[in-house]
Design a protein around this ligand. Structure first.
Ligand code: FCB
Length: 412
């Protein structure tokens, strides 16, 4: 059942699509992911290669998003392009991202910049990544470089994309332990290829070591952003799935605290929380429960659950008292009408939150394009727009027109 939209969002409500540098740009050769995709053994189904060639085609993508009706464009800048070797700054790469920002403004899209959407420079991973105690200062130095060149053009910024993702994946996918073992072999191959005895990546490194350093890096980078040119809200994005308690003695509160606690705490001093929601995790007295046999699944293997967004928005606001921007929400499917009903249901949840007076300031859908979905390669379609894998031709799906119309009408 779809709900007819009836709630008008406030005039400055953000409607947009989200992208990430490594997933769309192509040839991100100095990044940790590029190496991990190309060593043996690797966990990646296929390498990112040309991705969507958006490093070259960004102007077309931005024009398309504007034509569809959006007013916000979320994208990531690639640290490994800006600082390909420690301390070596590429002014050409900074100029590139300046042009991306300018193009957004020219088309009336508020640019929302992610400083690190999981990817880091290969050299940074090969010195231990965020497992190293000096990593926060190194990341903050990058934030300072970025803001000095790009701050004037930013409308919103976030430090990290979903730094808590490993914790969420370990609950969503019960084979995570086997994956971790395979990941160790891949990271060892990356270390060897780098002439190093270590290699740490946000998706596969040691999360208990990484997390506190990333929290500190977030705070230092936020301070660097605040001190630089421009004046724009700064947030942090969190992978937040609905956590539903089932039965007496369920552990939902504990599980939610483990998954989100440090980042919701960090968000208390940010300007907004970026909520990123895809599904639901059900938790009983002994912890997470398997999916019921009759659960409808998306192509990503987890449950089709658009209602999850309402729950995560409410939780994020209750825990932080901060405004929320939905910085990602979407699903992997080849069934585009299912994407439209997912969007409908998710927006109905946003409307209910707003009707209750909750401060939700935007809905940014994942994703503009069918793109490189990390270890799944090109096998999952999260995009509103299809991309031909050899000509890179973009073809908007009906869901793109649908969400664009909602954006234009400003109707939740
Ligand atoms: C999120 C990531 C994004 C994409 C979507 C499907 O967790 O932030 O890059 O992979 O999932």
């Amino acid at each position: 059942m779809t709900t007819p939209p009836s709630t008008r969002a406030p005039p400055n409500f953000l409607w947009g699509t989200a992208t990430a540098g490594h997933q769309i740009e192509g040839s991100n050769v100095n990044s940790d992911f590029w190496l991990a995709e190309n060593v043996k053994p690797t966990l990646f189904r296929e390498p990112s290669g040309d991705a969507c060639d958006s490093y070259n085609r960004f102007a077309d993508d931005i024009a398309l998003a504007a034509r569809l009706g959006f007013n916000c464009h979320r994208f990531g800048i690639e640290w490994s392009r800006i600082e390909p070797e420690p301390g070596m700054i590429s002014h050409a790469a900074l100029d590139h991202y300046k042009r991306v920002l300018e193009e957004c403004h020219r088309h009336g899209l508020a640019p929302m910049v992610t400083l690190s959407h999981w990817s880091v420079p290969r050299w940074f991973a090969a010195r231990g990544g965020f497992e190293q105690s000096d990593s926060p200062e190194i990341f903050a130095r990058f934030a300072e470089t970025a803001v000095n060149h790009l701050g004037d053009g930013m409308a919103y910024a976030t430090t990290f994309n979903e730094a808590n993702i490993q914790r969420v994946l370990s609950l969503l996918f019960p084979n995570h332990v086997a994956v971790r073992r395979a990941a160790s072999a891949m990271l060892a191959a990356c270390a060897q290829a780098s002439g190093s005895d270590t290699f740490s990546n946000v998706l596969f490194g040691e999360i208990d070591k990484i997390e506190p350093n990333m929290v500190k890096a977030h705070h230092l980078a936020s301070a660097a952003l605040k001190a630089g040119p421009g004046s724009f809200p700064i947030g942090v994005t969190i992978s937040m799935q609905e956590i539903e308690g089932v039965g007496p003695g369920h552990q939902a509160a504990q599980v939610a605290a483990d998954l989100y606690g440090p980042w919701l705490e960090a968000a208390k001093s940010a300007d907004f929380v970026g909520v990123q929601t895809y599904t639901r995790i059900r938790v009983g007295a002994d912890g997470p429960l398997p999916l019921p046999a009759d659960a409808v699944k998306t192509d990503a293997g987890y449950e089709f659950r658009p209602e999850a967004l309402e729950a995560t928005i409410r939780y994020a606001i209750a825990m932080t008292g901060k405004p929320v921007i939905v910085t990602e929400n979407g699903l992997a499917t080849t069934d585009d009408p299912a994407r439209i009903s997912f969007i409908d249901e998710a927006l109905a949840g946003v409307a209910r939150c707003r009707a209750d007076g909750l401060d939700v300031r935007g809905y940014v859908h994942w994703s503009l394009l069918d793109n490189f979905e990390w270890t799944s390669g090109y096998s999952q379609q999260f995009g509103l727009v299809a991309v031909d894998r050899t000509t890179f031709k973009r073809t908007a799906k009906p869901s793109a027109a649908y969400l664009g119309q909602r954006a234009r009408a400003n109707l939740l």
